[in-house]
Ligand binder design. Structure first.
Ligand SMILES: CC(C)(COP(=O)(O)OP(=O)(O)OC[C@H]1O[C@@H](n2cnc3c(N)ncnc32)[C@H](O)[C@@H]1OP(=O)(O)O)[C@@H](O)C(=O)NCCC(=O)NCCS
Length: 136
């Protein structure tokens, strides 16, 4: 991969924001890590879609370390930014913050991670993310 390192600041607005519900919890009442991973992949895909017209697939999710638990009723924001471009890959950084419910409305950092997407053609094989779309 010929990644060009990029380090834009985190945006003010998240790509997605969700309210987590009892259906998302484990038996201890905290949110399943897999629920956060699913939203994380989705938020990163929103960002990737801003940079290419091709369809793309997730090839890797990197370095997901959960720093703080997420509770029912937290509002969780997924901030995203483009962090690298290869020939067929786009690397997206994701910062996840939970805002606790209640008057304190404290915000905590849940995790930061990277998602790598590969742009693919109709045959599912990698194509350059900035190549023209085929004329149909
Ligand atoms: C993604 C996929 C098309 C890549 O096919 P491939 O033939 O292995 O592709 P290549 O080896 O040519 O690599 C393509 C790009 O992916 C990058 N890549 C491959 N494995 C990677 C990894 N583990 N981490 C980061 N980037 C990776 C390569 O560096 C390359 O990037 P570049 O062109 O910008 O340099 C193929 O592996 C695939 O279809 N995987 C399943 C994707 C999917 O379904 N995801 C959802 C799972 S539910």
């Amino acid at each position: 991969m010929t990644d060009v390192p990029l380090s834009p600041p985190w945006p003010v607005e998240p790509s997605i924001r969700v309210l987590l519900l009892p259906k998302d919890t484990n038996e201890h009442g905290t949110i399943f890590g897999g629920v956060i991973l699913s939203h994380l992949d989705l938020a990163a895909a929103v960002e990737a879609g801003r940079h290419t017209e091709h369809r793309f697939v997730t090839v890797a999710l990197r370095e997901v370390k959960f720093e703080q638990p997420v509770h029912v009723g937290d509002t969780v924001s997924f901030y995203t930014r483009l962090e690298g471009k290869g020939q067929t890959s786009l690397t997206i950084g994701i910062r996840v913050e939970a805002r606790r419910r209640g008057p304190s409305a404290e915000s905590v950092l849940v995790t930061t991670a990277e998602a790598v997407f590969v742009t693919v053609g109709a045959d599912g094989k990698p194509v350059a993310w900035d190549s023209p779309l085929p004329v149909s």
